[in-house]
Design a protein around this ligand. Structure first.
Ligand SMILES: [Zn+2]
Ligand SMILES: [Zn+2]
Ligand SMILES: [Zn+2]
Ligand SMILES: [Zn+2]
Ligand SMILES: [Zn+2]
Ligand SMILES: [Zn+2]
Length: 287
């Protein structure tokens, strides 16, 4: 995969933790293959010529250089290895988890511990761009492609001066360092200094801005006119509605006045009739 390099193969310098072992082993075997220094399954081991204890090469060398040149188990000094190659066969049948577990579910033998990693689908690859540090499992192809496209640490060329720089530094370069870049202060257009000085120029830009301004002004005037017309129409409509309402109100007032008058007349008539009735009654009694 372009833009990426495989991470270093994970080498268990000081032993493979026992929880990586998948085969069932008897206690004696486990005891014999445990490094007495790191207490893990021995890796790249040597055995003591006197007592036969196994140590990771890394662990025993560290012990020799930091403490003393002696077997930590039997005190034989200087430490001597028997270089017993037949032991390797014993170990080759031990089944382990891939160092990229739990992502990789494959089971591997002790002797495949390093070689499997080279083909492991979950081996990590890191971005080659200096300063980036992002890494991906090999099976994350899409994420890797996306990252390669957007990596802030990839080198790009300045559009104006051709200098190569990291994407992350681009705007800083343009704004502070690039000596070929020019941004017009009037229209904010970005261009090369040469383009600015020969074509764009402050004078041309101002002329152009003025034209633009005039055009815009015309557009605004048109819009204002339209607004004024519609405002007048609206106003006339409201006035007419208002007049209609006043008229209706007046006619209701008149109707009311008439009703009052009619009622007064009726009351007057009723009183007159009552009086006449009384008179009639009185006359009848007198007779
Ligand atoms: Zn020993
Ligand atoms: Zn060890
Ligand atoms: Zn694997
Ligand atoms: Zn990157
Ligand atoms: Zn530049
Ligand atoms: Zn301009």
């Amino acid at each position: 995969m372009e833009n990426y390099v495989a991470n270093e193969i994970i080498e268990p310098k000081n032993g493979i933790p026992f929880n990586m072992i998948q085969s069932k082993l008897n206690f004696g075997f486990i005891e014999s293959m445990t490094c007495p220094i790191c207490l893990n399954l021995v890796w790249n081991f040597v055995d003591c010529a006197k007592c036969g204890s196994l140590f990771c090469k890394y662990c025993i060398n560290k012990s020799i250089s930091e403490k003393r040149d002696a077997c930590p188990m039997c005190e034989l000094s200087p430490f001597k290895s028997s270089d017993n190659k037949t032991l390797i066969k014993l170990f080759s049948n031990v089944i382990l988890k891939c160092p990229n577990s739990p992502y990789c579910k494959q089971l591997i033998s002790y002797s495949e511990y390093l070689t499997h990693q080279e083909q492991c689908q979950f081996r990590k690859y890191h971005c080659i761009n200096d300063g980036c540090g992002c890494s991906f499992h090999l099976n994350k192809t899409q994420a890797m492609k996306n990252h390669a496209k957007n990596c802030q640490y990839k080198l790009i060329k300045c559009k104006y001066c051709d200098k190569e720089l990291k994407k992350i530094d681009y705007s800083k370069h343009i704004n502070n360092e690039c000596d070929k870049f020019k941004q017009c202060k009037i229209c904010l257009k970005k261009m090369t200094k040469l383009e600015y000085e020969t074509n764009h120029t402050e004078m041309n830009c101002l002329k152009y801005q003025l034209e633009l301004y005039k055009k815009e002004r015309k557009e605004y005037d048109k819009k204002i006119m339209k607004l004024q017309i519609s405002f007048k129409e609206e106003n006339d409509k409201i006035k007419k509605e208002n007049a209609d309402l006043t008229e209706k109100y007046q006619s209701l007032l008149n109707d009311n006045e008439q009703l009052k008058k009619d009622m007064m007349i009726s009351v007057g008539d009723f009183q007159k009739l009552q009086k006449e009735l009384l008179l009639c009654k009185k006359r009848n009694r007198d007779n």
